[in-house]
Design a protein around this ligand. Structure first.
Ligand code: NAP
Length: 317
């Protein structure tokens, strides 16, 4: 297959690029700063010569968007919104204009689209979209708005010959340096892998290999379109999540942090507490219904596998 990864230079793009290339597919990356052989320049906003890569491709996966690991200032929130909405819009326009459109367009979305809640898990059919739940900071609603607008751009595109899927992905856990798992492991090694603000908030996650397998499954399944949750079937409270990570790495203690401590920590790390405090209890309703089987359904086992791969990769470098 010829696969176009728009915004494919980041963490998720790296995971997909490696896996798809290793399987013999031709992968082209759309980036604002092309450096490698198969990089093609685009600006993520306007049509240009890059659209030729889409014409005649089999699959387009759009991952572009300003990183969410930043302070949620007004300017950053605006950039988070614009980079996602504009790139989804222009990818849709390129597909609509293609003489030989791809058969499927996978558009990244996020599990953050669902409401902050602790009781019922969210699947695609019965889950509650967030933004109106009481008692959460207003800017959490803005993150939901970003996800909704992102998906709307894909829905409104006129691409009758291309199946469209929105990937409502949970955090993708991989052994890569600079990825989410690496960051959590680092915190745990500093002794900071304890509960945050009580630790009852749910963490949704997906192992990188299951993420790749789910993407390939969705490429193949002609009968699946629309929003699909990409999350392991067993989200768990943050306290248990960090406990399992610590035990996989052999770290006996993790200091608990109150909400205000998390706020200071997030400020120092130029990040935001929403990533730690929002309860994301998201389950893969449609994937399971369609017959997808997770290789890593349970976090304790997935964490052991990831720690093993981190060690393996670090011992090579
Ligand atoms: N990582 C996760 O666990 C996870 C989970 C759920 C959803 N997501 C979403 O999935 C997408 C990919 O995640 P990731 O972790 O790979 O993100 P990432 O590492 O931050 O990479 C995103 C890519 O988007 C491009 N980009 C950044 N700002 C842009 C802008 N203003 N205009 C156009 N392109 C821009 C960048 O490519 P260039 O600089 O090369 O142009 C970058 O490589 C993101 O939208 C993220 O929100 C990620």
């Amino acid at each position: 297959m010829k696969v176009v990864l728009a915004g494919g230079t980041g963490q998720v793009g790296g995971i997909l690029n490696r896996a798809l290339t290793a399987e013999g597919h031709e992968v082209v990356v759309l980036t604002r700063r092309p450096v490698r052989d198969r990089d093609v320049r685009w600006d993520g906003r306007t049509l240009g010569p890059w659209t030729e890569t889409i014409d005649g491709s089999d699959v387009v996966i759009n991952l572009a968007g300003r990183s969410v690991s930043c302070r949620y200032t007004e300017g950053n929130l605006r950039e988070m919104m614009d980079s996602r909405v504009n790139s989804a819009r222009v990818v849709g326009e390129a597909i609509a204009a293609a003489r030989r459109p791809p058969r499927v367009w996978l558009q990244m979305s996020t599990a953050t689209i669902y409401a902050h809640r602790f009781n019922e898990p969210h699947d695609e059919a019965t889950g509650m979209i967030g933004g109106t739940e009481p008692g959460v900071p207003g800017y959490w609603a803005f993150s939901v708005e970003i996800a909704k607008k992102w998906e709307q751009e894909q829905e409104r595109a006129r691409t009758p010959h291309t199946r469209r899927v929105a990937l409502r992905s949970a955090m993708v856990m991989s052994p890569d340096r600079g990825g989410v798992f690496d960051y959590l492991l680092w915190l745990a090694r500093l002794g900071l892998g304890g509960s945050v603000a009580g630790g009852a908030q749910y963490v949704s996650w997906i192992h990188d290999r299951d993420f790749v397998r789910a993407v390939e499954f969705l490429i193949d399944r002609e009968d699946v379109a629309g929003p699909v949750n990409l999350a392991a079937p067993s989200p768990l409270p943050q306290r248990a999540f960090m406990g399992a990570l610590r035990s996989a790495r052999g770290i006996p203690v993790g200091l608990p942090a109150a909400k205000w401590m998390a706020e200071i920590g997030a400020f120092v790390l130029r990040s935001d507490t929403e990533l730690l405090l929002k309860s994301r209890r998201v389950v893969p309703g449609r994937l399971l219904e369609a017959g997808f089987a997770f290789d890593h359904p349970e976090w304790s086992q997935a964490a052991v596998d990831l720690v093993r791969r981190v060690r393996q990769e670090r011992s090579r470098t």
